[in-house]
Structures are given as structure tokens and as C-alpha cells.
Design a protein around this ligand. Structure first.
Ligand code: AP5
Length: 272
């Protein structure tokens, strides 16, 4: 089905340069060290030869399934999942004395479900600009989240002479999102995401991929979920118009199983 939200003769962003979104099974799982720990750390599995690096942004409300889709896209495309939320959560396990005051403040915002200030987020992304340059491409998950962040990203990519291929916008009714959030469990080590009912691990409480313990995020409490949804409506939803105006927006209904949504994503990227 054609995507009604992207109009015009060059309706589909990827069609400008490549008519088919080719899926190659890369099977290389990068530990994302450069992204999670900062520029002083090398990735354990740097991307191998990549016929076509994809540079995508994943947009959508908290809990819609961006991280789950980013994992699937990363496995198939080889591009690294760059989640700003994962960077903040990784910083949580540092000794508080090793965190900057801005980082401590960021963790407080996050715990309450509020957005971290743009200045802190942008400083953190600028320090990791090497990940945007990565020849394996990237999947930005949770960034940008405000128009100011989107403008800053545009500036960074222009400086690096890089372009986004598309911005995937995932949509789902709020009741289904809340059910996804309340059953979520996350791996404490590799950050793989599970759901108690729809994507359970083989052994309860243990990650299938690395054997580490699973935990429930503190911002998945009902009061923090409400704050996150408000922040999304106010600050992040306007990004759909920002990217629609740049003919980059690709809308994807986020109902169904992760595989169904993944297949829908690929179809939507290919023009529907
Ligand atoms: P972040 O970590 O980015 O969280 P989020 O955007 O709130 O998104 P989530 O990770 O909660 O959900 P998701 O859409 O990835 O869903 P998932 O795949 O896990 O940010 C956290 C916080 O950090 C923010 O609140 C803010 O404080 C701060 N922050 C981060 N970036 C920032 C920025 N740029 N600016 C300012 N502040 C920032 O899926 C959810 C659950 O559903 C899982 O259990 C999963 O298994 C399940 N599921 C997924 N797909 C399906 C399906 N198809 N069917 C059934 N279940 C499914």
C-alpha cells in the first residue's frame, strides 16, 4: 500500500538513490562500545565490508517498539543501533563520583520520565560523532527527540557530508503501548529487550544472548510512563512534520508481531 503521508513524485526517500532496500543477513553483533562508553573505547566487532551503509532515524512514542525494530534492522543491515537512552542507562552503573554533574542531572530527569536537556544530549552525541561516520551506517533510536536536536543533527551530518536515508515513524494506540512497557525486561549487560508475554526469554530472568540478568527499567513505572507520554506529545511528535517537510518521513503502523512490523518497515522503505 502506498504511504499516504509522503507525497510527490520522489515520494519515497530511498528511491532517490536506490530503488530496493536490500536486506543482507550480516549476523555480526557489535557491542556498541564506542557509542555506549564514549570515543575512548573501541567496538569489539567493527563493521565488516558493507555494500551499502544505511543511515536511519527511528521515531515513535516511548514503548512503541523502536528498540526492538532497531535490533532487527541492525542484525539484517549491519548498521549499529545508537540509542541515547542506552548511553544514559550505561552511565548509571558508573560510580557517582565518576559521573559529570550534567550526567547526574540527566539521570534524575530520566528517572522522572522527563526529557534530558538538549545541551546535555547534544554534548553526548557530539562526543560520539565517530559513530555517525561509521562506514557500517547507523540507526538512531531515541535521538533526535526535539526540533532543536533535529536541527543540530542536520548540522552535524552536513559537516560530515552525510545524509539520512529515511526517518521511520512508528505509530500505535496508547493502550497497546502501555501494555508493552509494563511487561518489558531489559538485559543488564547487552541491553537486549524482552517482553514477559510477547517476547519472553528462554529462561525466566536471563538473557538469551549473553546470559546476564534481566531487569525492569525504573522509568517503566506508571507515573513515569505518564510523564514520558506527555513529553513525547509536546516535544517529539512535532518531529514528524519536521521530517515530512524534508521528504524523509516513512510511517509504519506498529501493531502485530516484531517480525510483521519489520517486514512492513522494509516494504515501507521500498515505497509501500
Ligand atoms: P529511551 O531509552 O530512548 O526510551 P523511550 O523512547 O522512552 O523508548 P523505549 O526504550 O521506552 O521504548 P521503545 O520504543 O524502544 O520500545 P521497545 O522496543 O523497548 O529514553 C529513556 C529516557 O532517556 C527518556 O525518557 C529521557 O529521559 C532520556 N532520553 C533519551 N534520549 C533522549 C533525548 N534524545 N533527549 C532527551 N532525553 C532523552 O519495546 C517496548 C516493549 O514492548 C518491550 O518489552 C518489547 O519486547 C515489547 N515489544 C516490542 N515490539 C512488540 C510487538 N510488536 N508486539 C508486542 N510486544 C512488543
Amino acid at each position: 500500500m502506498a504511504n499516504p503521508r509522503v507525497a510527490g513524485p520522489t515520494r519515497h526517500p530511498l528511491n532517490r538513490r536506490q530503488p530496493h532496500f536490500e536486506i543482507a543477513i550480516m549476523n555480526a553483533k557489535n557491542d556498541r562500545s564506542s557509542w555506549l562508553k564514549g570515543p575512548g573505547t573501541a567496538c569489539s566487532v567493527p563493521p565488516g565490508p558493507c555494500p551499502r551503509p544505511y543511515r536511519l532515524v527511528l521515531l515513535g512514542a516511548p514503548g512503541v517498539g523502536k528498540g526492538t525494530q532497531a535490533e532487527l534492522l541492525s542484525e539484517r543491515l549491519g548498521a549499529c543501533q545508537l540509542s541515547t537512552g542506552d548511553v544514559f542507562r550505561a552511565a548509571k552503573i558508573l560510580d557517582p563520583c565518576d559521573r559529570t554533574p550534567a550526567l547526574n542531572q540527566a539521570l534524575d530527569f530520566m528517572k522522572r520520565g522527563e526529557l534530558v536537556p538538549d545541551s546535555t544530549v547534544l554534548q553526548m552525541v557530539r562526543e560520539r560523532v565517530n559513530c555517525l561516520r561509521c562506514h557500517g551506517g547507523f540507526l538512531l533510536d531515541g535521538f533526535p527527540r526535539t526540533v532543536a536536536q533535529a536541527e543540530a543533527l542536520e548540522g552535524m551530518l552536513t559537516e560530515e557530508k552525510l545524509r539520512l536515508d529515511a526517518v521511520l515513524s512508528y505509530d500505535l494506540p496508547i493502550e497497546q503501548i502501555v501494555a508493552r512497557l509494563s511487561g518489558r525486561r531489559t538485559c543488564s549487560k547487552c541491553k537486549a529487550v524482552y517482553h514477559l508475554e510477547t517476547r519472553p526469554p528462554r529462561q525466566a530472568g536471563v538473557c538469551d544472548q549473553c546470559g546476564a540478568d534481566l531487569f525492569q527499567r525504573e522509568d517503566d513505572r506508571p507515573e513515569a510512563i505518564r510523564v514520558r507520554m506527555d513529553a513525547y506529545e509536546k516535544s517529539t511528535a512535532p518531529l514528524a512534520d519536521f521530517y515530512r517537510a524534508r521528504r524523509l518521513l516513512v510511517s509504519v503502523p506498529a501493531n502485530g508481531t516484531p517480525e510483521e512490523i519489520f517486514n512492513r518497515t522494509v516494504k515501507a522503505l521500498n515505497g509501500g
